[in-house]
Design a protein around this ligand. Structure first.
Ligand code: ZN
Length: 137
């Protein structure tokens, strides 16, 4: 179970979703059964069924939200482009997000320290070292 949740791939996510929906359906069935059992006079049995139904419904909704969060985070995770700006006079360095029209050796906003015009010295994509996700099969 922990293996499946650590490797967040679309395939596994859809599998998890199916499991969640089956659990949700079963828990709803348990709740309906408990209502039937209660009207049939089996209060203890009805109570157990209701407990199981509510607990598994809560659990599946919780897992569903966790999975959705992870999918959203995966979509946002695009490596950002970073621009490094350097001051020629005092060596002050600043890093900011890449903006349209940035190019190397372009003069940009004045230095925060000495008011001299600063220069773009590097533009790069920040790629985090990440192991390739592998399917267990
Ligand atoms: Zn400076």
């Amino acid at each position: 179970m922990s293996k499946a949740s650590s490797s967040s791939t679309a395939k596994i996510s859809s599998f998890v979703l199916i499991v969640i929906f089956i659990t949700l359906a079963l828990s709803l069935a348990a709740i309906v059964l408990s209502v039937n059992a209660f009207s049939g006079g089996q209060e203890v049995f009805a109570g157990y069924l209701l407990l199981i139904g509510v607990l598994s419904a809560a659990l599946s909704v919780y897992v569903l939200f966790q999975t959705r969060k992870r999918i959203l985070r995966l979509k946002i995770e695009v490596p950002p482009i970073t621009t490094t700006i350097e001051c020629r006079k005092c060596g002050f360095k600043s890093i900011r997000e890449f903006q349209r029209g940035d190019y190397i050796f372009k003069d940009v906003e004045p230095c925060q320290k000495c008011n001299e015009n600063m220069l773009i010295t590097a533009i790069y994509r920040e790629v985090k070292e990440r192991k390739r996700e592998r399917f267990p099969f």
